[in-house]
Ligand binder design. Structure first.
Ligand code: TXA
Ligand code: MG
Length: 317
């Protein structure tokens, strides 16, 4: 009953908190950028961190990411369970760019909690879900924790009792030759190595530097190939314009509007896709109109600043 209602809410673009075996997740339709924007808004995240997409199992994952034999071995052993795999986005993958913070990789996991499995099956879409706490707070392992911090931000909280694992999933990057442990978690390094052999720790990698301090920052800067100019108050004919609001500047080669209505949720949902669309050969520079620094605007401006920084730290996506 409540699962069916929760699934309906997910399909309608609403947020549902649900139990997994690790921690409670704040779930939204991973293929719906507006729903994903709501997740960041509810968490009060200062920036767009890439999110984990939750699926029923390996057959679902194959349609979303470029699956490989290492992933196959790991899924056979650990799924459903507390192991998240980072893999290249599949061609035509329906996962919203905002869910992966513009990256060309997707973090994917099949949770073991029966209620999570039931919700994913009933919703029929991959569910993007960070831990269901406000940014910077401790991950919730009981429905009451979620109600305390996010109760007014979600359409529904599914109560599945206390989480059995209690720490977040292990995040393993399978996009480089040697698998890299990005975040230790519910599946141990030893157990993973028993299946696929040696795994590198993200800190031990060469050419790391500050960018590798935390998993959320690892290769998580989407930067377009073309320079980005912020706070534009005029635009030239060889520039692409990323506009915001009802009065876009005139004169650009190509204009895309993050939100004609000036809606920050809509702007967040369009941000990465619009940046990519303007990153094309006939445009020398991307000019960006000012976006307010309130609410989701903080995260939008954070990403825009990174895109404009041009320090070579971007993944290029
Ligand atoms: O146990 C868990 O993993 C819980 C439950 C709800 O599944 N979820 C969770 O999500 O802990 P979150 O958003 O709090 O943490 C996701 C982690 C972050 O460290 C993020 O940087 C990393 O996964 N991540 C997500 N997508 C990534 C990607 N494409 N590349 C590298 N790291 C990624
Ligand atoms: Mg978290």
């Amino acid at each position: 009953m409540s699962i069916a209602e929760a699934a309906r809410l997910i399909r309608a673009g609403e947020l549902v908190a649900f139990p997994t075996e690790t921690v409670y997740g704040l779930g939204g339709d991973a293929t719906n950028a507006r729903a994903v924007a709501k997740i960041f808004e509810a968490k009060g995240r200062p920036q767009f961190n890439p999110l984990i997409s939750h699926v029923a199992g390996a057959s679902d994952a194959r349609r979303l990411v470029q699956w490989n034999t290492t992933a196959d071995k790991l899924a056979a052993k650990f799924w459903p369970g507390p192991l998240t795999l980072v893999l290249p986005r599949a061609a035509g993958s329906p996962i919203a760019l905002l869910a992966t913070a513009g990256l060309d990789t997707v973090a994917i996991r099949a949770p073991a909690h029966p209620m999570a499995q039931a919700l994913i099956a009933a919703a029929g879409v991959p569910i993007a879900a960070p831990s269901a706490n406000r940014s910077g707070a401790v991950s919730p392992t009981r429905a009451e924790h979620v109600a305390e911090s996010l109760g007014d931000k979600v359409a529904m909280i599914l109560d599945g009792g206390p989480c059995t694992v209690g720490v977040e999933s292990t995040v393993l990057d399978l996009t480089s030759e040697r698998p890299v442990l990005l975040r230790p978690g519910g599946a141990t390094r030893e157990a993973i190595e028993a299946v696929i052999g040696p795994v590198a720790l993200s800190d031990a990698l060469p050419s790391g530097g500050a960018a590798r301090k935390s998993p959320g920052q690892l290769r998580s800067h989407y930067a377009p190939g073309r320079p980005v100019r912020l706070e534009a108050t005029s635009v030239s004919a060889d520039e692409g314009l990323l506009a915001f609001g009802p009065r876009p500047l005139a004169g650009a080669r190509k204009t895309l509007n993050l939100s004609v209505a000036g809606d920050l949720g809509e702007a967040a949902a369009n941000l990465f896709a619009d940046l990519r669309a303007l990153d094309r050969p006939d445009i020398v520079r991307i000019a960006v109109m000012p976006v307010p620094h309130s609410g989701l605007g903080l995260a939008i401006n954070d990403r825009l600043r990174r895109a404009a920084a041009d320090d070579g730290s971007g993944s290029g996506g």
